[in-house]
Design a protein around this ligand. Structure first.
Ligand code: AMP
Ligand code: GLY
Length: 425
């Protein structure tokens, strides 16, 4: 008898997690809440929203769930893992105390300083005057980075070109509270330069296993122009991180952070996502997340050869050292099909054509913002609608397949980037 797994969330990331868990030899069944029109095709979906923590615990109990996997950060920061643990239900996801590594940028900095992990120099301020001093100290008249301390769904970071812009951002966050309470303290940080890489690592609080590094594309338009989004595409692996570099990241960043969190009695159990910038002085940490990245997970899991069910059960039970480290092969490129107007306002309910044609063994279609209308037609239901993932031996082959498949899918207003993975193809 295998285990029953509940995946919490309803985006492309959760579709990829459900898809991969269904291939696990220890998993009997996977359910999801709330899911989406794509997840519905491969798992029973329940309508409990990710904000209803008690409802989710009740769902896990009534469905006799053996393992819960939490997708998004909000329920983690609100303590879903603590509630599940109290209810005796194993969970691959950190306690609220450990999720602070994502939910509080100043806490993340504190951990990194204590663990001597390379990261931009920074000062956390709650007063405008101190902020202006810090902007002068780190930026002079050049670039400097302003971040709200709390969770802001990717909207809490301004890379300012000069002091005037930086002070504008400081005032917006700290004085005008444009990000609400998340901006009641603000981190002022030195500007770093280099390409960015995401490393998602599985950890049980003691052992940490990195998955293959990946790169995501945050800007809406080609050549990294336009506004920041939740992600317009991703690819894996990347030439930016070879085996020796990954080993260096493991010993100078991942393991020290895990050790420091354990030392503080807030062990990190789940996914530690390191957002890195590869500077001429080596890899430095831009941010940590306490969960799988989106869209990175949608390319990393399809190239993972190991059994995700076995790995995540070991994460939840603290026995990761007893299962083999993950192995991966090949390349994957994910192109996001978004609604016209995203990330600002966009319409919903546009019928999607070409979903059936897009099935072939070298590609996978993950749903993000989709729903079924009253006639059973799959329609757009969010900013990011679908991710078309192409697979191949090389990035070039995977990229070709992703775009060929993407060309077959249409809906009113569809927007996508044409340059995903181009720099490594
Ligand atoms: P974060 O949410 O902290 O990862 O920041 C979002 C984005 O802002 C990153 O992906 C970078 O592109 C940029 N960024 C953040 N911190 C810095 C920094 N210290 N120097 C340069 N760019 C940064
Ligand atoms: N790919 C960015 C994130 O998941 O936060």
């Amino acid at each position: 008898m295998g285990i029953r797994v509940l995946v919490i969330g309803g985006g492309g990331r959760e579709h990829a997690i459900v898809w991969k868990l269904r291939q696990s030899e220890i998993v009997d069944s996977v359910i999801c809440s709330p899911g989406n029109a794509g997840i519905e095709g491969i798992a029973d979906c329940f309508p409990v929203p990710v904000s209803d923590l008690e409802g989710l615990v009740e769902l896990a109990r009534s469905e006799r769930i053996d393992l819960v996997v939490v997708g998004p950060e909000d329920p983690l920061a609100a303590g879903i893992a603590d509630l599940l643990t109290d209810a005796g239900i194993p969970v691959a996801g950190p306690s609220a105390a450990a999720a602070r590594i994502e939910a509080s940028k100043s806490f993340a900095k504190e951990i990194m300083i204590a663990a001597a992990v390379p990261t931009a120099r920074s000062i956390t301020v709650t007063k405008r005057d101190a902020g202006i001093d810090a902007i002068r100290e780190f930026g002079g008249d050049g670039p400097v980075v302003i971040k709200v301390d709390g969770l802001a769904a990717g909207k809490g970071v301004v890379v300012a070109a000069n002091a005037a812009e930086a002070i504008g951002a400081l005032d917006a966050f700290l004085v005008d509270r444009t990000m609400g309470l998340a901006g009641s303290s603000v981190v002022i940080e030195e500007f770093l330069e280099g390409p960015e890489v995401s490393v998602l690592a599985l950890t049980d609080g003691t052992t940490i296993y990195p998955l293959t590094p990946s790169c995501d594309y945050k800007r809406a338009l080609d050549e990294d122009k336009g506004p920041n989004t939740g992600g317009m595409g991703a690819y894996t692996p990347t030439r930016l991180v070879d085996d020796a570099m990954l080993q260096r990241i493991q010993t100078t960043i991942l393991q020290p952070v895990i050790d420091e969190m354990a030392r503080r009695d807030t062990p990190m159990r789940g996914v530690l996502y390191a957002g890195l910038i590869m500077t001429t002085d080596g890899p430095q940490v831009l941010e940590f997340n306490a969960r799988f990245g989106d869209p990175e997970t949608q390319v990393v899991l399809p190239t993972l050869e190991s059994d995700l069910g076995i790995l995540l059960e070991a994460v939840a039970k603290g026995s990761l050292a007893h299962v083999p480290a993950p192995v991966a092969s090949g390349a994957a490129v994910g192109v996001i099909l978004a609604s016209g107007g995203y990330p600002s306002s966009y319409g919903k309910g546009m019928p999607i054509a070409g979903l059936d044609a897009a099935a072939d063994e070298d590609m996978i279609l993950f749903h993000a913002g989709t729903a079924k209308n009253n006639d059973g037609v799959v329609v757009t239901n969010g900013g990011r609608v679908l991710t078309v993932v192409g697979l191949g031996e090389t990035i070039a082959a995977a990229r070709e397949r992703a775009y060929t498949a993407a060309n077959g899918i249409t809906f009113d207003g569809l927007q996508r980037r044409e340059d995903i993975a181009l720099r490594e193809a």
